[in-house]
Design a protein around this ligand. Structure first.
Ligand SMILES: C[S@@+](CC[C@H](N)C(=O)[O-])C[C@H]1O[C@@H](n2cnc3c(N)ncnc32)[C@H](O)[C@@H]1O
Length: 247
């Protein structure tokens, strides 16, 4: 299927300056000022991360990996919208499940506080916004599981999973969901790790804060230490993604 909907559904064309920005950029150039204006980037992901999501999910649908798809940390729904669109076109028999507190991040434990990146309530987006986005695009709502992962996972996970987006940002959130998701993944199923940054594979000087979320890699390193699968890194410009394929 085509993936043009990623560019047309969302305002992610954020690297192209608008008219007035192009005008000001010309002035900056004439004045020899090393400054260029562009629209603000979308803050939960960028176009590269959405493309990674599209291709990983599309692959599991094309190869008919059995099981439903889950979005763990759906926030305002942009990632779930990509998932819903792909599944509706390629594997409509699958259920799409979206999990989030819809109150942002939980209280941080010492395991995440030390990173100095996040705080409780960070990124809060309500279920009403999520619902409005699905309505505006005329998409069927997924099965929504509102609450802390510690309550909803594994309770509300489907028995069989073909694709999971794990996007909880924190060490604790990632550590909690990974074993439950992994156990339910069919052979060939894919788990995408939204902010997995490995400086040994792709060192980037400008990647910091929420773009690298160091707790995610720590939780994955611990989990995969005794597993046959390994996490691979996918380029995502100012973000960095990871994924693994269940054996
Ligand atoms: C980066 S956002 C997700 C972005 C979304 N997947 C997207 O691509 O648009 C991370 C989300 O994880 C949720 N989250 C993190 N830890 C959680 C937990 N323990 N329980 C419930 N939600 C959690 C937060 O509420 C937040 O909305």
């Amino acid at each position: 299927m085509d993936n043009a909907f990623i560019a047309t559904n969302f305002d992610w064309d954020h690297r192209n300056p608008t008219g007035w920005q192009r005008g000001l950029n010309r002035v900056f150039r004439k004045l020899r000022l090393p400054v260029r204006l562009t629209p603000a980037p979308a803050d939960m992901a960028n176009i590269e991360a959405r493309m990674n999501l599209f291709h990983l999910l599309e692959q599991t649908a094309a190869y008919r990996v059995p099981g439903d798809v889950v979005d763990l940390g759906c926030n305002a729904g942009d990632s779930t919208i990509v998932m819903r669109t792909v599944i509706d076109r390629m594997a409509p028999e699958k259920q799409v499940h979206a999990f989030d507190s819809f109150e942002g991040l939980p209280e941080l434990t010492a395991n995440d506080r030390g990173d100095g990146v996040y705080a409780k309530g960070y990124m809060a987006a309500g279920l009403d916004l999520f619902t409005r986005k699905f309505e505006a695009l005329g998409l069927r709502m997924p099965q929504v599981h509102k609450g802390w992962f510690e309550e909803t996972v594994p309770r509300d996970l489907p028995d069989r999973i073909s694709f999971a987006l794990i996007d909880g940002d924190l060490y604790e959130s990632t550590r909690h969901v990974l074993p439950h998701v992994y156990d339910r993944m069919a052979p060939g199923a894919i788990g995408m790790l939204a902010v997995y940054y490995d400086e040994n594979i792709l060192p980037r000087s400008g990647i910091q804060g929420g773009y690298r979320s160091p707790g995610v890699k720590r939780a994955c390193d611990e989990f995969f230490a005794d597993k046959p699968e390994q996490v691979s890194v996918l380029y995502a410009n100012e973000y960095s993604n990871g994924y693994f394929r269940k054996q």
